[in-house]
Design a protein around this ligand. Structure first.
Ligand code: HEC
Ligand code: HEC
Length: 256
């Protein structure tokens, strides 16, 4: 009888084990008395602190570890949230101060609409820790690894952020990068970037036009006229492309 009872207890224990909290970690809750708040007011504690911190993670698209010290996957009770060892924590504090300055300054400006536009971390960050533009990211990639690195960066950013309102993947971003390269006299780079843009946005007359103009500047008249034609096909109102095409065709007939 006793043995059966023990066996039953053992079975019960096996059933219950997975239901118990992982390794009986000391429980953790949002502190009612935070130890090290330097910017947030004294009323920011418990659930209110939770709202602020969750807001940070959403606005920046990061996890707690981005600003705190601890081990991902380990219970929060083993983390030290009051510690200032992670430099991003002080960066976030400066951001809070900057935001307060911005909000105070805005009070001096008459709202342009019926309500004041809310400004928060997400206004700039939009789900990324470093709120760069697409053009900025692509210029940096190009500077380190040329066209291949730029294409690679574009693909990765597209996979990660397309449709999330974080980065603008419309034709303007690549166009801006291509124009910068043109201005710097890097025709090969500009052609590659405009080509990527027209691959990505075959419905954009502006993208084909820019590709044509870059080829024209590079002295590749045949390719220039092919792409001015393409620009016109997509956007029949592109009078400039039509004029360029006529000039190029006329030039092609006359001896060099
Ligand atoms: C963008 C950076 C950032 C992220 C992400 C972030 N925090 Fe914080 N956290 C801070 C800053 C900054 C403070 C201190 C604010 C101050 O000094 O007023 C803080 C303070 C805290 C405190 C108070 C600690 C104390 O006792 O002083 C806790 C608890 C906390 N964070 C938990 C979290 C948790 C949990 C997450 C993830 C859900 C998280 N934080 C995500 C920046 C961040
Ligand atoms: C006016 C725009 C703006 C607002 C608003 C803003 N940030 Fe930032 N934030 C930036 C810029 C720009 C950088 C990059 C600074 C640099 O060049 O390193 C940055 C960087 C950071 C970083 C460093 C991230 C990293 O991985 O390098 C943290 C953390 C951060 N911001 C947190 C916040 C938090 C939290 C808020 C809201 C309280 C906020 N920011 C509001 C513009 C802003």
């Amino acid at each position: 009888m006793r043995r059966i009872a023990l066996a039953a207890v053992a079975v019960l224990a096996i059933i219950l084990t997975p239901l118990r909290p992982a390794a009986a970690a000391p429980s953790w809750s949002w502190p009612d008395q935070p130890k090290n708040l330097k910017v947030l007011g004294p009323d920011v504690k418990g659930e209110k602190l939770a709202d602020v911190m969750r807001g940070f993670t959403r606005a920046l698209g990061v996890r707690c570890l981005h600003c705190h010290v601890g081990a991902e996957g380990k219970p929060f009770s083993s983390w030290d949230f009051a510690a200032d060892d992670n430099p991003n924590k002080d960066r976030a504090r400066e951001m809070l101060r900057m935001l307060a300055d911005i909000q105070a300054h805005l009070q001096k400006i008459e709202p342009s609409g019926p309500t004041r536009v809310e400004v928060g971390c997400a206004t700039c960050h939009r789900g990324r820790p470093r709120p760069t533009t697409l053009a900025e990211e692509l210029r940096a990639a190009y500077a380190t690894g040329g066209v291949d690195a730029l294409r690679d960066a574009y693909g990765k950013l597209h996979d990660a952020y397309f449709g999330k309102g974080t980065l603008d993947f419309g034709p303007a971003g690549l166009d801006e990068v291509g124009r910068g390269l043109l201005d710097a006299g890097d025709l090969t780079g500009a052609v590659a970037v405009f080509r990527l843009n027209s691959d990505e946005h075959p419905d954009s007359g502006r993208a084909w036009h820019a590709l044509a103009a870059a080829y024209e500047r590079a002295g590749q008249r045949e390719l220039a006229s092919i792409y001015y034609r393409k620009a016109l096909e997509v956007d029949p109102d592109d009078d400039e492309a039509l004029a360029k095409l006529r000039a190029l065709d006329a030039g092609a007939l006359s001896p060099p």
